[in-house]
Design a protein around this ligand. Sequence first.
Ligand code: PLP
Length: 660
Amino acid sequence: MSQLLDIPVDEPDWTIEQSAELYRVDSWGAPYFFINPQGRVAASTGAQAASPIDVVAVVEEARRRGVDFPALIRFQDVLRAQVRRLNRAFHAAIEAAGYENVYRGVYPIKVNQLHEVVDEILDAGREFGLGLECGSKAELIAALPHLQDDETLLICNGVKDHTMLGLMIAAQRLGKNVIPVVEKPKEFVDLKAQSWSKGVVPNLGVRIRLGAAGSGRWADSSGPHSKFGLSVAELVQLVDELELGGLTDRLKLLHCHLGSQIADIQALKQAGREAAQIYASLVKRGVGLRYLDVGGGLGVNYDKAGAEEEIDAGVNYSMQEYANAVVVGIKEVCDGQSVPVPTIITESGRAITAHHSVLIVPVLGTQTREALGTETVLPADAHESTRGLFERARLTTHPADPNEALEAFHEAKRRHDETRTLFALGYLSLQERAIADRAFWSLCRVLLGILEAADLEPPPAEQGELEGLLTDQILCDFSVFQSMLDHWAIGQPFPIMPIDRLDQRPAQRGLLVDLTCDSDGKVTHYVSARPDKSFLPVRPFDSVGPECIGFFLMGAYEDIMGDAHNLFGRVSEIHVYADDDEEENFWIEKIIPGTAVQEMLAQVQYFPNDLHRRMSEIVRAKIQDGVVRPTVGMGILEQYMACLQQSTYCDPGTFGQDAS
Ligand code: PLP
């Protein structure tokens, strides 16, 4: 007996717990982000004795203060909390293993160089002796004045020119703990030329290319063919030279880096042991090493995939397991070689910064597959394919049998194809083609509802096809190239979800598209518990108020890699601290406006004076020709010049308004 199903498929009951599961909030958000009982995203920022902050309240307050969106909310307390967590994890590992030396973290500023971010991390890390790492001349120049005392480490990686080496030597002369890490044999030659001849022999470090390779997307940063570091043969040659000069006590630090976001703890364990063996061998040879720096790589769970899933942007270990693996691995090797254990350095950047910033992106509009309206009348001479689609879509009840739904879908596709062919050949009017399209989409929606309700395992291929056909485009006020370059470049997923009304059923499938005139300007992979990650399940966006979507874990790398595609600039920033004495548990310390049009244009050599001169020449000529009256012409010129001060993004309040 075939069951009957009412349309539309109506399941009003939906809970915040279901939303949390759907968007996998626990897997990427813990311990900082969750959904509060009001169905909004909240941030528990790790500040002591502070209640969670309602993210929507921050957005509303920022709007009241005139912030242009999109905007990045920085939860500064999260940075502090991550610094504490990392240091405490290493202290616990050291204590548990009976490791007879200390841990010193350094923050690699390449991960996020924003001054406030670096300052906050340094301040939070003061009690743990946290230092900095730089990888270029500009980073060195930025970092050097921030060293808090003469013990604070500044590790200098990256390719170093003469000027950069000279500055590091000068800093050492000031008594600063700045360590140039030799990455290329040529740097050692230059270092000698600049210092030995002048009787100043600096402390130095050396980066080695390990045999062990990393795991995950950035695995190429390590292994024997990596572009960074010295081979073992080059290392031995460097040590020979130091020995000849009686200078082996100057080599203080051994460095390796497996690549960012190490996915598998085994890779880290293997590399740590290899580095420790090299360390122990050199110490036994009489080299004065005291630091073993295992680089960055401590990963973050962006999207922890199930075993059978293709994309895995997660890690298979916790922060504590990472610390234990580093400490125990080094200790076992050094104990085995009867060598004192080194001061351990890590250069964790992603793990410290990723969680602290959330990009808030306004929704500008949704492009849906149009449904058949109740008022639509089928023309009397409609083709039989249009009629078939129309009549089936107009049924008020549909058989709930999934096999019948599949059969109906196959037939609907045939009819729909036929209407398109007939239209292309000139046998169908534009109006009839529109009716056929609407009827087809309406029917697809019903059939998908039936298949979803049947919950077939595995779901039929047609279900995926229907999901794809019915995915709506959601136009968002941002640029993928400016705000999430890693998504475009290497397909990295970022957790994305609406920030409010999460107690409503996300019955719609969305594909987020950006403002750029580039078909790649879209988000193609979403973090969700659904097997199909090519769409974001969302509740239908209505026009009740400004709608926003939150992009999470944006704090590492994305902030600084942005590319100015279509001249979209940096987004505004809101720096937030938790505080229970404030009305809404938070206060905004600083607002940094996004890049204005004028600043973006200056980067590509368009300057306001020149633009004004050219535009006014055009306007004056038109006034002279009588095309516009002088007041109108001058008004247009003012209108043009005022645009230069504006944000490069859309003003959601005026988007789609009549410009006249
Ligand atoms: N150290 C070096 C030398 C790096 O190249 C990097 C980035 O790849 C890091 C540290 C930071 O790594 P992560 O952000 O994974 O901690």
